[in-house]
Design a protein around this ligand. Structure first.
Ligand SMILES: Nc1ncnc2c1ncn2[C@@H]1O[C@H](COP(=O)(O)OP(=O)(O)O)[C@@H](O)[C@H]1O
Ligand SMILES: [Mg+2]
Length: 260
């Protein structure tokens, strides 16, 4: 839980870490994710109190060192952090924007995530409610869980795209092809294992997506996210497949000759 506070007239955020709970729900999700090989969706352990505060403070340090725009830690207690204000909620901005504004915001967010990934960073839950916008820069918040406890970096980066796609899909119900194009462009620059894993996971979820389409508004958003991300990761995945077949055939990448 985070609440806005004022320190010498400046807005800041006081984040409290309650005791860990949700063990049953997380256990169930973990079981499903393992059973269906959805590694990127395995839930990291949800800790509470001082442990959660420690994880968030460490992750904020790491991300800052990687050049990512995250809040400075300006104070702390046993189970609380005081964080610099990094801007308005990205979710609120998306809700208030028109279609063109939405596309600009989403493109900026995709750029910020892609750039962070190129620097070796990962987020965990880059949903619009865990991102901020100050008119120029996308900020990232909420790091009390660390996906690297249960997956590798490639899977964690694939998870970021799945989370982000899911978070913004509801703003693109009428224009899924626009979101697909924005994501596909980012996928061209992403590491191959990341794209391949996002493609695999969304592939395994296709049947679920068909069911979800009939399951109310949030079900529909999840279904659209699965379909859009699967399509957006297709080109990179197919290209990877073609290259591997090409290489396996004779150990040479003939295709590369076409580009030289
Ligand atoms: N540093 C910050 N700058 C701007 N808004 C923030 C900041 N920290 C928290 N918030 C606001 O508080 C909300 C909850 O904070 P978050 O860190 O996501 O905690 P929770 O674990 O409760 O989701 C966010 O969605 C955001 O609106
Ligand atoms: Mg949050």
């Amino acid at each position: 839980m985070a609440e806005p506070i004022l320190i010498e007239g400046q807005r800041a955020w006081l984040k409290h870490y309650g005791e860990g709970s949700r063990a049953l729900a997380l256990g169930l999700l973990n079981f499903v994710a393992r059973r269906f090989q959805l590694d990127a969706l395995r839930p990291p352990p949800h800790r509470g109190g001082a442990q959660a505060r420690e994880i968030e403070a460490r992750r904020l340090d790491e991300l800052k060192a990687q050049g990512i725009h995250v809040p400075d830690v300006i104070g702390q207690g046993r189970a609380a952090l005081v964080l610099e204000h990094t801007g308005a909620s990205f979710n609120t901005c998306l809700r208030q924007a028109d279609a063109a504004g939405c596309d600009r915001l989403v493109a900026a967010a995709i750029d910020a995530i892609a750039q962070a990934h190129r620097r070796g960073a990962y987020f965990g839950q880059p949903l619009p409610r865990n991102m901020t916008w100050d008119g120029q820069r996308v900020g990232f918040i909420d790091f009390e869980e660390d996906p690297l406890e249960v997956m590798d970096l490639g899977q964690a980066q694939a998870r970021d795209w799945l989370m982000f796609g899911y978070g913004v899909a509801k703003y693109y119900e009428e224009r899924p092809q626009v979101l697909e194009a924005l994501l596909a462009e980012a996928m061209e620059g992403a590491e191959r294992p990341v794209v391949a894993h996002a493609h695999e996971v969304t592939g395994r979820l296709q049947r679920l997506a068909r069911l979800l389409l009939r399951a109310g508004k949030s079900g529909r958003a999840l279904a659209h996210a699965i379909v859009v991300l699967h399509a957006a990761t297709t080109f990179g995945f197919v290209a990877l497949l073609v290259l591997s077949v090409d290489w396996l055939a004779d150990g040479e990448l003939d295709l590369l000759d076409l580009f030289t």
